[in-house]
Design a protein around this ligand. Sequence first.
Ligand SMILES: Nc1nc2c(ncn2[C@@H]2O[C@H](COP(=O)(O)OP(=O)(O)OP(=O)(O)O)[C@@H](O)[C@H]2O)c(=O)[nH]1
Length: 314
Amino acid sequence: MTTKFRESFKIVDKALLRWFPGHMGKGMKQMQQKLKSVDCIIEVHDARIPISGRNPDFKYSISGLRPHILVLNKMDLADLSYKQRIEDKIKVNQNISNIIYTNCKDSLCPGVKQVMPTALNLIKNSNRFNRSENCDYRIMVIGVPNVGKSSLINAIRSNILGRKKAAPVGGVAGITRAVQHQIKISHNPLVYVLDTPGVLSPTIINVETGLKLAVCATLQDHLVGEEIIADYLLYWFNKNKNFDYVTYLNCDEPTDDIRIALAKAAIYRQSSIKYRDLSGSYIYRPDLQGMARNFLNAYRTGVFGKTLLDNDLL
Ligand SMILES: Nc1nc2c(ncn2[C@@H]2O[C@H](COP(=O)(O)OP(=O)(O)OP(=O)(O)O)[C@@H](O)[C@H]2O)c(=O)[nH]1
């Protein structure tokens, strides 16, 4: 293979990465206010970005202050051959020892069943701070947007109480906009859960971290731009010698040029945008943005297999 790939990912306009919509700051404040009324924190991450996906602000303002479980969700999309290295890294660098992998789309997932007993055990072994008089237990579920916080609550509730959805779930980031009313997930012991809005850090360490978060749909695509996110994904695939995209995008061979790849795919699928030129005639152009969206959706639904976007950080 003769194609020479980029060795690093450069983004021309860093201002394009505007990832902190106003409601996130508000969400963080609400969580801090609720902290004194909870016994345990469940922090949910996307298992494809277990290192870069975490909001570092949680460590100082929320999760370090109560018994804490880290749930790595969407394990069905993550390359778990790195599992041991991930756990070692998180244990050493972040001092987190309760790590559970889940797939909230699978009602039989053992990880989902493990979350509640682990939380109850941690609570029983803690001093419960100002809540020792309270008979009910309260757990707050936190994380960056779209990682499956509401799905996890629904899956646990359905396992224990056999009830249907209580927390709204959606495919785009930002479905939960404020700290929700408590949701009962167990009668005996009496356990309530608080769902919270996904919160990203206002300052992302570097562009690649931001783009990994974007690839995993933790912020709405239009805030960064579908083509930029697709370009990062293409860069990552090439860097990791994962060339499954070649067939999917109807390319003849691996390429480092996202516009060429998207154009080929759009032409093959007859996906075009119609617009008028100055003379009033219609002109058709390959729909690059639509194809970028399609490429990202394919990745997000596992068409290119299981991946670990953070493999360079282990
Ligand atoms: N493949 C896969 N998808 C999941 C899993 N868990 C949740 N999802 C999907 O991820 C998307 C986001 O799920 P939510 O439960 O709404 O996530 P959230 O963290 O509450 O989202 P916000 O309210 O935006 O913060 C939905 O499309 C879910 O169906 C999982 O384990 N695997």
